[in-house]
Design a protein around this ligand. Structure first.
Ligand code: F6P
Length: 336
């Protein structure tokens, strides 16, 4: 048997560990051949591929990014095609010509959508959820999230000392356009005083009161963690907007930091390495059992899978009844 593997969408720590998990299980355990497809779905249009060997899989476990490269190519998007182009048909033809009997797609929400559409065309597909945002429906956690939270928490830890020395408010912006998982987890782990996420509306007066109450209690500095996707006046960085509003509201000197792509780069945490290894191995197991059209998941502590048709088009957002939100509120953390 021969399978193909691609990585699509934004990169994140743990992709290479997942590739290694899929391929080593395929080659060493099941005797399945693996073709690596370069630059996501783009490589399926141009047939840019390489054959993986056990040797070419060395050194991948702790390596950041993706050795296969990635792109945001969306082959089903009509606006990405000229009138005489049919990308889905070309992909189906190329998969056949390359002798690929199942395609492994490692990616975020967009990738899961494309994978579901390919599966609906009767192409054998198995996918693995990948995003630092942790917003893929159907899995409790996606790999990359723990690494991003760990980097963001370290940054928040470092802001504490400079905030307290200068008696300032420090606003830090972390990633998350629609879902505030990184802000919630790093904000709680880093001891943030205010945590703002796209899912929970905020009132700047509440935020000001929280900061001024801390001042009254002899705590002249505060840490504010914001997700990039919160409501602003339209400017590029939420942190800049919130910092200005806080300074106006409280009169306390306020500074902002935008963490940016540092959150997505570098080596995965041990948790993410093991999650990637387990998810990658499970993807190959699904293929060996001919269980196609599924996305690998983590449910509690168990690796499992769900039909791709159930995942496509859904987002996993933070809800008010999340235990970290409830516990944070009990301890006086302001969520807006
Ligand atoms: O999907 C992950 C993510 O990191 C988002 O949180 C972020 O907004 C986005 O990717 C930005 O990615 P890019 O600039 O590569 O499109």
């Amino acid at each position: 048997m021969r399978i193909g593997i691609l990585t699509s969408g934004g990169d994140c720590p743990g992709i290479n560990a997942t590739i290694r998990g899929v391929c080593k299980t395929a080659i060493n355990h099941y005797g399945i051949e693996v073709v690596g497809i370069h630059s996501g779905f783009q490589g399926l249009l141009t047939k840019e591929v390489e054959l993986f060997t056990d040797k070419s899989l060395s050194g991948l476990l702790n390596l950041g990014g993706t050795v296969l490269g990635t792109s945001r190519e969306k082959p089903f998007k009509k606006s990405n095609m000229t009138s005489d182009e049919n990308k889905p048909a070309l992909i189906a033809q190329n998969i056949k010509e390359l002798g690929i009997e199942c395609l492994v797609c490692i990616g975020g929400n967009g990738t899961q959508k494309t994978a579901a559409k390919l599966s609906a065309m009767d192409i054998n597909v198995v996918s693995v959820p990948k995003t630092i945002d942790n917003d893929i429906w159907g899995t409790d956690f996606s790999f990359g999230f723990d690494s991003a939270v760990s980097i963001a928490t370290d940054a928040i830890d470092r802001l504490h000392s400079t905030a307290s020395s200068h008696k300032r408010v420090m606003v830090i912006e972390v990633m998350g356009h629609k879902a505030g998982w990184i802000a919630l987890y790093s904000g709680m782990a880093g001891g943030g005083d205010v945590i703002l996420i796209p899912e929970i509306p905020y009132d700047i007066h509440n935020i000001g009161d929280t900061i001024l109450n801390r001042l009254r209690k002899g705590k002249p500095y505060s840490i504010v963690v914001v997700a990039e996707g919160i409501e602003t006046d339209g400017r590029k960085h939420a942190a800049e907007f919130i910092a200005q509003e806080i300074e106006q509201e409280t009169g306390i000197e306020t500074r902002e930091t935008v963490l940016g792509y540092i959150q997505r780069g570098g080596s995965p945490t041990p948790f993410d390495r093991n999650l990637s290894t387990r998810m990658g191995g499970h993807a190959t197991e699904l293929i060996a059992k001919q269980q196609f059209g599924r996305m690998v998941t983590l449910e509690g502590s168990e690796i499992s899978s769900v039909p791709l048709s159930e995942v496509a088009g859904k987002l996993k957002l933070v809800t008010e009844d999340n235990d970290l939100v409830i516990q944070g509120r009990r301890m006086g953390i302001c969520f807006g």
